[in-house]
Design a binder for this molecule. Structure first.
Ligand code: KG4
Ligand code: ZN
Length: 340
């Protein structure tokens, strides 16, 4: 089954062609990082406009690189949320237009489900599995007894880990996007600055306390005109941020005995995590190749395949070519409930 998938939930315009939930034939990602770097973060209105400018080109390139004719596409899949509404709408409308023009069924895919299935690009998922979602908007532990069944064990009570990374990186003037830059800087420092030890019951996370602690520490040091070694701040923050991830995930591994731990989301690209995870967790670990950690359409195509196997119902179009809103609305709600 050939799937054309579309992802425009934030600041990447991406279209992919995937096959049978296992192979990626093409995955074109047009990043807007340079534009948003000028403002120190994603500006939603600008993101939507750049999606509009880029989407047709990205469609054409993904189809050309896949080397298959449009007629060979069996299903269209598009990220339906969560994300920036203006950005999502560009991808959803482009996908709807393509599906209608070529008379192909179309389905909506939950963005986080896509991140989990990014791992299927490497090898098949094995169940039951535990999924650790670490991104700019999410920090969650999800138990999956089988394909497309999600039981959320815990989530952040306040900020997401990626959000905290971006905030601390901004305080250190590292520029945007801060996560990878802070990760890099931390390798040259030592975790010498005391950080709060966050130890929540259950499987929840919390990052606002850690973030505020770094803000206050930097403020106090600057007021006392004491020297600040940014790499030490980065290293101390990073060590504390992952201590929580390591502890909560380990508890879930001991309780649920998953066949594998699957890591997903932009923060899965973190080098400190990749260096330490095998010594911390004694369970087979799947982590996506770097190119599939950040937002991309191939992960949406992977998830779409398994979603279609279980629920082969697409959106329907009326005689004017409009996808019926009740179906879209339903898909949105279902998407949200997948995890919530
Ligand atoms: O999954 P993603 O591309 O977008 C969301 O759905 O949120 O994740 C982006 C987040 C940003 O907060 C970014 O700073 C963070 O992932 N990130 C990292 C690293 N690479 C990306 N955080 C820490 N270390 C990294 N190497
Ligand atoms: Zn994402």
């Amino acid at each position: 089954m050939n799937i054309l998938s579309v992802e425009t939930s934030c600041d990447e315009t991406s279209v992919a062609i995937t096959q049978d939930g296992t192979r990626v034939l093409s995955n074109v990602v047009l990043s807007q990082i340079k534009t948003h770097a000028l403002y120190g973060g994603v500006v939603p209105e600008i993101a939507s406009r750049e999606h509009v400018e880029g989407i047709t080109r990205v469609f054409d390139q993904a189809i050309a690189e896949a080397g298959i004719p449009k007629e060979a596409i069996d299903l269209v899949a598009v990220t339906q949320g969560p994300g920036l509404i203006g950005s999502l709408l560009v991808g959803i409308n482009a996908a709807k237009a393509f599906a209608y023009a070529h008379d192909i069924p179309i389905i909506g895919v939950h963005h986080i489900v896509g991140h989990i299935y990014a791992n299927a690009t490497k090898q098949p998922l094995e169940f039951p599995l535990l999924a650790l979602i670490i991104s700019g908007g999410h920090t969650e532990l999800i138990y999956m007894p089988e394909h497309m069944r999600f039981e959320r064990l815990g989530k952040t009570q306040d900020d997401a880990i990626g959000e905290a990374y971006d905030k601390v990186a901004r305080l250190l003037d590292l520029g945007y996007p801060g996560g990878p830059k802070l990760d890099q800087l931390a390798h040259t420092g030592t975790p010498s600055i005391p950080m709060p030890n966050v130890a929540l019951d259950g499987y929840d996370f919390s990052y606002s306390g850690l973030k505020s602690h770094v803000i206050n520490t930097l403020h106090n040091l600057r007021q006392r005109r004491e020297a600040i070694e940014p790499s030490d701040v980065a290293s101390s923050f990073q060590t504390a941020a992952f201590k929580q991830i390591f502890t909560q995930t380990q508890k879930a591994i001991e309780t649920f005995h998953p066949k594998q731990l699957v890591i997903a989301g932009g923060v899965a690209g973190n080098q400190y995590l990749r260096t330490h995870m095998h010594t911390v967790w004694d369970v087979p670990i799947q982590i996506p190749p770097l190119e599939y950690c950040m937002d991309n359409a191939a992960m949406i195509g992977m998830a779409a395949y398994y979603q279609w196997q279980q629920h082969p119902v697409g959106w329907t179009f009326d005689f004017n070519g409009h996808a019926r809103m009740d179906f879209i609305q339903k898909a949105y709600t279902e998407g949200e409930e997948v995890i919530r």
